[in-house]
Design a protein around this ligand. Structure first.
Ligand code: AMP
Length: 304
């Protein structure tokens, strides 16, 4: 059985929040996802960067044990994204998206990646997500993320991907846009009727909802004294969620709920600093300590 496989973007991000700004820093859905998941399991990464991508970023990922055999370096510039957050930190305003080398990327899957245990189709062109899905042996779990850029630009291709996956992980604004309905319960009904068994809706500081059939599980976000930059929170959540699932192999409802909390723990660390800076200085003990704090945060007794 193979590893946890991820395809997604690797990027230079320029981000402005009310608490500071960062220019051309390391970002991208595959970068955040793989770094977060690497705290729990072995990760194989598929992505593309340009000739301008510094070796030090690759060294960082390698040192986290991430397998970069599926990373392609091509002539041209790396994907670039520019975004801004107001005091309403839950949703980024995209100011610029430059696909650059992502525009013509066609993933090649190394032999060793062809039989993954789990697959995460990170935020990237749905045609590329489908391409990867078609090229590997169907893993036990396929999860997928996306964003407005693709919901608006490639809606039909995206729906085709969604028919083939097990878990969709998106934020509330994206869920409403995808379902064309303001009510998340109605949106969940619609999406689950198309194929995914679980829909996980990320709601920023309000936490996460997981819809499975008629059941709903809700978890709050960890109350933090300081949030500096929400970029990558979604991918870091997904990395913790899938990484934990891959490490336990427990796909029961209880296992999925624990994975949601590990995902929330990882996202809560990530937003404390710009880029991946908090994840660079994180250890497993801090993760497990915060997981226990989460348990206390949400525990209550039923006296009836
Ligand atoms: P999130 O977890 O949703 O905050 O994802 C943030 C990351 O998504 C940033 O690091 C961006 O580089 C990346 N990103 C933004 N727009 C796109 C896009 N259209 N396709 C792929 N990745 C993107």
């Amino acid at each position: 059985m193979g590893n946890l496989l991820v395809v997604g973007s690797m990027a230079f991000d320029t981000v402005r929040t009310p608490f500071g700004e960062a220019n051309d820093v390391l970002g991208g859905s595959a970068t955040y996802f793989s770094t977060s998941a690497s705290f729990f399991t072995d990760v194989d990464l598929i992505a593309v960067v340009g000739e301008d991508f510094p070796e030090e970023h690759l060294t960082f990922l390698r040192e986290r044990g991430i397998n970069l055999a599926g990373l392609e370096r091509r002539d041209g510039k790396t994907f670039r994204w520019k975004g801004e957050y107001t005091y309403q930190l839950n949703e980024a305003q995209t100011l610029e998206t430059h696909l650059n080398v992502l525009e013509t990327f066609r993933p090649k899957i190394p032999e060793a990646y062809c039989d993954p245990n789990m697959l995460f189709l990170g935020n990237i062109d749905p045609d590329l997500q489908m391409d990867v899905l078609n090229k590997v042996t169907r893993p036990s779990i396929v999860a997928c993320d996306t964003m407005n850029f693709w919901i608006d630009g490639k809606r039909d291709a995206l729906w085709k991907v969604l028919e083939k996956i097990d878990i969709l992980i998106i934020n509330d604004g994206e869920a409403r846009a995808l379902g064309e309905d303001p009510n998340l319960v109605q949106v969940a009904k619609q999406i689950l009727s198309k194929g995914p068994k679980h829909l996980i809706i990320k709601r920023g500081e309000y936490g996460v909802l997981m819809f499975t059939g008629k059941q709903v599980f809700g978890a709050p976000a960890f109350p933090l004294e300081q949030v500096k930059d929400p970029t990558g929170a979604g991918d870091t959540f997904a990395g913790g969620f899938m990484g934990y699932l891959a490490s336990t192999g427990d796909l029961t409802d209880e296992g999925l709920r624990r994975a949601i909390i590990y995902g929330s723990v990882m996202a809560s660390f990530n937003v404390e600093a710009f880029s991946l800076d908090r994840l660079r200085h994180l250890d497993r003990k801090e993760i497990d300590d915060r997981f226990r704090e989460f348990k206390r945060l949400t525990h209550f007794d039923d006296l009836s």
